[in-house]
Design a protein. Structure first.
Length: 329
């Protein structure tokens, strides 16, 4: 059964192998060229440190102009690969069989429908995940060579960095693949399944983007007006920020915005100095500023919740696929 599944999916598997070989070659060459650039510009120390003399220096600026876009494209490739797996491997997997009627022959053999489904899933999904993990590690290896000179200076919770690290890409791929197979068996049309899988995956990713951050413990930080809130800045994931009144109650943005604007100028319309502005805020009811955020150190928790959400959805979709296939005639 596995041999038959491989024969029917050999084009996709050959494409995956070519993608791995070409992708690995491109990443190795680009990384080598980037390391040579870092060495020639004498900014090797800036890979592992931030701030002076690295920040804003001309060699660092030249490096970023030349390489940041390429590094972001590498990240984008890993972000895109899961949906490609779902659209081009998951969606046609059963939809093509049902559309062409070849599933009838498979159902008349001695192999059970469950074993037929599992064989197809195994042959299609396992190589896809292996290729994804391999390319993910290669791109991570490339980004590590840039260090603080590259996109990782934005922190692990930046959406480009978060989406390609740890087990999140595999969870996205499992979800996209399961989504494609489910839509395929329901629609029984390959093109419809591919289009619907692409659209649904994109919508789901945007709809669930902020959910993991709300499901992990956050830190609450308060400060006087004008005081630094550095802990919630940089690479932290800010879930909510705003102002508190004298009683410690949160003020809505509709309430706080007019008060902020009113403190920027005197009743006569003269602009206030910074000291006058900060003194006006508590008098107008904006006693303290606050922020609820997930620090960089808790990025692994966000990844765990993120993978659990998409992994759980993938399991449900695969169960749904099995139930629908069992009812096909």
């Amino acid at each position: 059964m596995i041999w038959v599944s491989w024969r029917r999916q050999r084009l996709q598997l050959i494409t995956l192998l070519a993608m791995l070989v070409i992708g690995a070659g491109v990443v190795v060459l680009l990384r080598s060229a980037m390391v040579d650039t870092i060495t020639s510009l004498h900014i090797t120390q800036c890979v592992t440190q931030e701030g002076p003399p690295c920040s804003g220096s001309e060699p660092v600026t030249d490096f970023k102009v030349e390489w940041i876009t390429r590094l972001n494209l590498g990240q984008g490739a890993i972000l895109t690969l899961p949906v490609l797996i779902g659209v081009f491997i998951g969606a046609p997997l059963f939809a093509r069989e049902l559309e062409q009627g070849t599933h009838v022959l498979a159902f008349t053999q001695s192999v059970s429908r469950t074993r037929w489904m599992l064989s197809n899933l195994l042959v299609a999904l396992l190589p896809s995940v292996v290729v994804l993990i391999a390319l993910q590690q290669l791109v991570s290896w490339w980004l590590s060579a840039a260090g603080f000179l590259g996109p990782r200076s934005s922190g692990p919770l930046h959406f480009l960095n978060f989406g390609i690290e740890h087990f999140s890409p595999v969870a996205y791929a499992l979800f996209a693949f399961a989504l494609g197979t489910f839509i395929g068996v329901v629609s029984r049309r390959t093109l419809v399944a591919m289009t619907a899988a692409l659209t649904t995956f994109i919508v789901a990713r945007f709809a669930l983007a902020d959910v993991p951050g709300h499901l992990v413990p956050t830190r609450h930080l308060e400060a006087d007006p004008g005081a630094s809130m550095a802990e919630s800045q940089g690479g932290a994931l800010v879930m909510e920020r705003g102002w508190l009144d004298a009683a410690g109650r949160k003020l809505s943005s509709d309430t706080a915005s007019p008060l902020l604007q009113a403190c920027k100028s005197t009743p006569a319309g003269t602009p206030r100095t910074q000291e006058e502005f900060l003194a006006c805020l508590p008098q107008s009811g904006l006693a303290r500023q606050y922020a609820d955020f997930v620090p960089e150190s808790q990025a692994w928790q966000v990844h765990l919740v993120d993978a659990s959400i998409y992994g759980g959805l993938a399991v449900l979709l695969l169960v749904g696929t099995a139930l629908v296939l069992r009812r096909q005639s």
